[in-house]
Ligand binder design. Structure first.
Ligand code: ZN
Length: 65
């Protein structure tokens, strides 16, 4: 399964929670991610994008089985 399909296999409501629960090292807070891409990761997938508040690059690994 490719990364995008793995992402889409996660229930929609859970995906929206994940998108709003990304740590930004610049804001030092939990923020929402925007303009993100989805890539494969050894433990599942990783979202690479920007902090909605400051535009700093953020990433979040999501473990999938
Ligand atoms: Zn930020």
């Amino acid at each position: 399964m490719d990364a995008n399909k793995k992402w889409l296999s996660i229930p929609k409501e859970f995906r929206s929670k994940l998108r709003k629960n990304v740590f930004c090292t610049n804001c030092k807070d939990v923020v929402a991610i925007e303009s993100f891409t989805i890539e494969d990761h050894q433990f599942g997938i990783v979202l690479h994008g920007k902090c909605q508040q400051c535009g700093h690059e953020v990433a979040r690994v999501i473990e999938t089985e």
